[in-house]
Unconditional design. Structure first.
Length: 268
């Protein structure tokens, strides 16, 4: 969290099941005093690469899940901060899933929980290459779903913070867009798919209100009528009158909200 003078202060955080504290650092999203976050991310990335090269995916996944990230500062200013908030939320949802839960249907059309996770994992590999200006390569299927997801997401966050990523012009099915706009689409995709998984498995899912508001504002500007072809997004649906901001967002992306869809239980 941030104090009244917009300085970082220690905050409780779950680290590998133990209660710890995030380090005192300045605003990582503005680039001020980011020696903790930048160097630590680069160090973790190098270690992740070494573990992956030696086939130690489970250890790589464990390292990725233990990375401490700063609290949300200003998600509107930098989509990379959105990813720093969303990825740990997704990991918390996916790590405890049972085999039966992986086969559960989700609000994402024609997709099981496993389908959604595999979609995000493959997407992360594709997006990482685009952020770095490289040609995407085919990623072989991995039987360890949790490990492959964690590694892909760690690479995605690193790629989004690589030199020139936000300024790079990126080719998409809808044309060329700047890297920072592309990153907002990636963050929106992750936030909504997190709701898909949480809803299908009745897990808690409470992204920060500021994060939801920022992604929602972007979605309502970015999702155009021609994108609602049933593949990318469906036609917006009507949420309940008392729906939360998150539910209103997912309804806008085309999710059907109704009694047939279970609602994640609240925290606490």
């Amino acid at each position: 969290m941030i104090d009244s003078q917009c300085r970082w202060v220690k905050r409780p955080t779950e680290i590998g099941g133990r209660l710890g504290y995030a380090p005192d650092v300045a605003d990582a999203c503005t680039g001020h005093h980011v020696f903790v976050t930048t160097q630590r991310v680069e160090s973790n990335d190098q270690e992740l690469i070494k573990l992956i090269e030696h086939g130690r995916d489970r250890e790589a996944a464990d390292l990725a899940s233990h990375v401490v990230t700063p609290a949300l500062i200003d998600p509107v200013a930098d989509p990379r901060c959105q990813l720093d908030e969303i990825v740990p939320l997704l990991t918390e949802l996916i790590v405890p899933l049972s085999a039966a839960q992986l086969g559960a249907p989700t609000p994402c059309a024609r997709s099981t929980v496993r389908d959604v996770i595999e979609h995000m994992t493959a997407g992360a590999a594709l997006f990482s290459a685009k952020f770095r200006g490289r040609t995407p390569v085919c990623v072989p299927a991995d039987t360890d779903l949790v490990a492959s997801f964690a590694v892909a997401m760690a690479n995605l966050r690193s790629a989004a913070r690589s030199s020139g990523a936000m300024e790079r012009t990126i080719e998409t099915p809808q044309g060329t867009i700047p890297g920072d706009v592309f990153a907002r689409f990636v963050a929106m995709d992750g936030l909504v798919h997190g709701w898909d998984i949480a809803t299908a498995t009745a897990q808690p899912y409470e992204p920060a209100p500021e994060l939801v508001d920022a992604v929602d504002a972007f979605a309502r500007q970015a999702i155009t009528h021609d994108m609602r072809n049933g593949d990318m997004y469906a036609v917006a649906t009507d949420p309940p009158h008392d729906a939360s901001p998150l539910v209103r967002l997912v309804a806008f992306t085309g999710r059907i909200i109704g009694p047939s869809v279970c609602v994640p239980r609240p925290l606490g």
